[in-house]
Design a protein around this ligand. Sequence first.
Ligand SMILES: [Zn+2]
Ligand SMILES: [Zn+2]
Length: 302
Amino acid sequence: MSEAYLRFWGVRGSYAAPHDTHLGVGGNTSCVELRWDDTLLVCDGGTGIISLGEELMQDAGINEMMVVFTHYHWDHICGLPFFQPAFSPAWRIKFFGPGDTAADIEKRLSDQMKAPYFPVETETWMADIQYVAPHTGGLRHGPFEIRHFNVHHPGVTYGYRIRVRDKTVVYVSDNEVQFLKGSIAKRIHEFEEDEHELLERMVSEQRTAEVGAIENVDILIHDAQYTPHDYNKKRGWGHSCYVDTVHLAIDAGVRCLYLYHHDPTYNDDQVAAIHRDCLQIIRERKSDMECLIGREGMKVPL
Ligand SMILES: [Zn+2]
Ligand SMILES: [Zn+2]
């Protein structure tokens, strides 16, 4: 009998938060595993990937995987220097992420292991490592069809649309929903009256692109980092207010939303309060979308 699932290994944004008040949700940074039998696809290599690596070393039935990175901020790559399969000659690992060439991707991932930041370099990796060159069409890894798209976050950052079996999963760890709308609204007085129509068109185009990227997907894992209060202080930082994330997901007809990239300063009670508010919004919008907290260790059948 074949088994397909996704599992959250790290759900925190920005930096790890291993406090006992936070562990109900989880303290490790971004990492999600998608598995169909012996085919393994991993999204991001935050501290969550360390425990995944430890588990994989116990599992003799698998020795190949692909890891796709949304971008190279520390919270998404800092588990790699401790990722045991990379140091094992038994493994074949493909890496993909933003970059103009395969060499770009290699440089961005390996620079963090150069002296004086780390005691050993990627030359000590014994696995058969391949950096996958950028492509115009989609990527494929076994039964997984993978497409990337750009999201709003400092530097080039990807979201991933992944098709496996008859399910579509979209992974958007870091993204500021409706960035343009918020920043224009704040500075609208700086624009001439006759520019307003153009601005409205730009906002509407951004919304169409945002909705199009996640339309009718079965599972959306999306940045929901800030409360409205904190978002007001952190506009432009590249992360979403959960209210905007929920409205976007409803507008796009998403079936199940997982709140993700939780702020490291929020404890379990604060994340639970965010979740309750999301459920309230969903009720008010008379939507039947499911919404759950992305929690470390949670396994979701596909
Ligand atoms: Zn991040
Ligand atoms: Zn980031």
